[in-house]
Design a protein around this ligand. Structure first.
Ligand SMILES: [Mn+2]
Length: 426
């Protein structure tokens, strides 16, 4: 299924008058406060977030998986789904592939399909957290950190293969997330595991093309419950520094212990020019992989405030790889992703409303109340008409979920693909 601009334009007609009223009111009010509304709209349009290939189907929990009808079962169908998200939102212009779940059989055809839908190939993700069919060695006790050289070598080779696949598609970075760690005290020698990981990453780094980046993700626990080898940003940063200038830390919102100050983490990493990528999701307790912005929207805004500050003030930090990393267990995955994309844009737009100069002055004067007022005034602004205007400008939907339902996207996908399809992946 392909959503055309005409489909969306026709559906927009129903809400166009009301959108224009809300937008004009908001734009006037922002302009009178000194904001450059056109500049904000351009920034919103430029901000593209990658959709991971594994988020297009139902995820499941360790207790069960409830399939969602009409799921994409081939890479081609997954890209088709990202095309639908991008057509509606104009902010999902990239896909992040997971290897070996999504190895293309025909590179040229996949690239042409993605090009036609204006979708780029963002970071490629390796997988050494589960054993593949016919693999000689097992990752049961770790991959890049394993005590066995044969296992480490297999895991290194897999990452080199992933780079090779990504290179053929135009990707420019490899994301490594390891499940390596231990579930019981005494199981691992912390120092050996860390050093093995560092050495393995150095071997992978040596295989990076010149214009590529290595993004190292961290996570404090799960699937191992006593220790993980790369448990926090400090460990990731040490490993990145041990590799070289093209290695960076990747922050995943769900990969922190409760109440961690994630905005401070991203801020310091950007100061050091070492934040390479960011994974969006939301959580109440752990790595819950819930819809972005569904639980802690203010925390997301505070993080974006630091990201915006970093993007404007830290030229030493590269452009970031943005990706949604969530799982969908009870909602239509595409509707869930539309909600996430909206929440990301909303937090970004609000962060763009923070008057950094005024904030700086208030900080210098130690006017704590004013500092808080500046942030909260931006956060409390309803920016949704601004997001809709940015989408509208590029041919997207005023209300993506409403259009998705009005245009009967899921029903059409079920008709085309059948009911009981299963997306490859988890
Ligand atoms: Mn992640």
């Amino acid at each position: 299924m392909k959503l055309t601009e005409q489909h969306i334009e026709d559906d927009n007609k129903k809400s166009l008058a009301s959108q224009n009223n809300s937008y004009n009111f908001l734009a006037d009010s922002l302009t009178s406060k000194g904001h450059n509304v056109d500049a904000i709209l351009s920034k919103l349009s430029e901000f593209q977030v990658a959709v991971p290939s594994w988020a297009l189907g139902a995820g499941g929990t360790r207790f069960g998986r409830f399939s969602f009808y009409g799921e994409p079962s081939t890479l081609q169908e997954k890209i088709e789904d990202v095309g639908i998200l991008h057509a509606l939102t104009q902010t999902a212009g990239a896909v992040s592939l997971h290897i070996p779940w999504d190895i293309p059989t025909d590179y040229k055809a996949i690239k042409e399909q993605a090009d036609a839908l204006h979708i780029k190939f963002d970071s490629v993700n390796s997988n050494t957290f589960q054993d593949q069919k016919n693999a000689k060695e097992s990752y049961k006790f770790g991959s890049l950190s394993n005590t066995s050289k044969a296992v480490r070598d297999q895991a290194i080779q897999h990452n080199l293969d992933v780079i090779n696949i990504g290179d053929k598609l135009g990707s420019k970075s490899l994301t490594v997330w390891l499940a390596d760690g231990s579930s019981f005290p005494g199981q691992n020698n912390f120092q050996t595991a860390f050093q093995n990981t560092q050495n393995s990453l150095i071997d992978i780094y040596a295989g990076l093309p010149e214009d590529w980046k290595l993004l190292i993700e961290y996570k404090p626990y799960e699937p191992n419950f006593y220790s993980t080898v790369i448990q926090d940003w400090g460990a990731s940063l040490m490993l990145a520094n041990g590799c070289g200038d093209k290695a960076f830390t990747l922050v995943d919102l769900g990969h922190h212990l409760p109440n961690s100050n994630i905005e401070q983490i991203v801020s310091i990493l950007m100061l050091k020019g070492k934040l390479g990528g960011f994974h969006f999701n939301d959580s109440k307790y752990g790595d819950d992989d819930l819809t972005v912005g569904s639980i802690k929207p203010y925390a997301l805004f505070l993080i974006f405030n630091e990201l915006v500050y970093g993007m404007e003030s830290n030229p030493q930090n590269p452009d970031l790889a943005w990706m949604i990393d969530a799982s969908h267990n009870i909602k239509d995955p595409l509707e869930d992703l539309l909600q996430s994309l909206e929440a990301i844009q909303e937090a970004y737009a609000k962060a763009l409303l923070v008057d950094q100069k005024e904030l700086r002055t208030a900080q210098l004067e130690n006017d704590v109340t004013k500092c808080q007022e500046i942030l909260q005034n931006a956060f409390r602004t309803d920016v949704r008409p601004l997001l809709a205007a940015a989408r509208l400008k590029n041919g997207g939907a005023i209300n993506p979920i409403q259009s998705y339902r009005n245009l009967a996207v899921r029903e059409t996908l079920i008709k085309e693909r059948g009911k009981h399809t299963i997306a490859t992946g988890l």
